[in-house]
Design a protein around this ligand. Sequence first.
Ligand code: FA5
Length: 347
Amino acid sequence: MLKKLDQTRSKAIDELSSLSDLKGLEDWRIRHLGKKSALTQILRGLAALPSEERKAVGASANEVKALLERHYGEKKETLKQEAYQDLERTLTVEKIDVTLPGRPISLGRLHPTTQIVREICDIFVALGFQVVEGPEVESDYYNFEALNIPADHPARDMFSTFWIDTEISERPMLLRTHTSPMQIRVMERTRPPVRVVVPGKCYRYEATDATHESMFYQIEGLAVDENITLADLKGTLFEFAKRLFGEERKVRFRCDYFPFVEPGVEIAIDCFACGGAGCRLCSGTGWLEILGAGMVHPDVLRRVNYDPDVYTGFAFGLGLERILMLRYGIDDIRLFYSNDIRFLRQF
Ligand code: FA5
């Protein structure tokens, strides 16, 4: 046992001399003075030794312990001093120049689509509309049937659809192809007068190209009340186009077809790049199409229990990326969602 104590002592002293940092010293302490160290095991086993041996081993073990503790204390002091001197050296050599200007933190900004959503909603709020939002995962009923587009209707071809396999609902589910389903949802839960705009994402299962994305934004508008006429639709959208594109803009109304409006119209503004003379942006026509609209179809009103003999209304839907493309002369819609920071930083 005495021999073992002697070996423990020399091993510990040897190791101590090669230590150069406080972390290593703490490991050393645990190894040689900690609960599981050979020395502590010997001290704990003293009671089991015969009394003669116990006396000699006990005395020697306590001596080794005191010796190691003393060396440990001295080494700790030395290492602390060295660490302090190192720090002092570093601080002298590596001076910090507190007068240097700070590094600028690069600030994020709103995506151009978010900016235009806010701008357009602000215009309609000023005209008395409320902003509401609706689900992107829709049922076949709201996206099509309630809007006069039954399963076999050829107009379904206009809306290439992402269908969703689901067992949660008995109704066929899909990613909404336009924001028009919100016309039904809003009218189902309110009575006229209704004046809402609905911004949101839409999805179409189409090959992407410079003017088509499979995910894009629309803003839907709906106004229903007594005595609403096509003149209100024209007045509202004329005012909107002027506020968004400038006072001097001209607005063109032409017939178009959507099953849920009657009559249906398409609205274009005169091209602000060429002033209507014809250029690349407007494909030589002098006009830029911005939205589809019309008077809410009486069948749609009946479906939500509005009496079409009492109430009439108008609705419109515009594609936001196309508006941004026109405004900034961007020639590829895919740039908006390809996350190229160099493109997005411009807005
Ligand atoms: C509709 O979606 C109708 N719901 C609009 C409407 C509402 C008419 C209310 C009448 C009353 P359309 O399929 O034309 O209509 O789409 C409207 C706009 O969405 C288009 O003018 C275009 O700007 C945008 N859009 C449509 N498909 C895409 C696409 N794949 N990528 C980008 N924008 C698109």
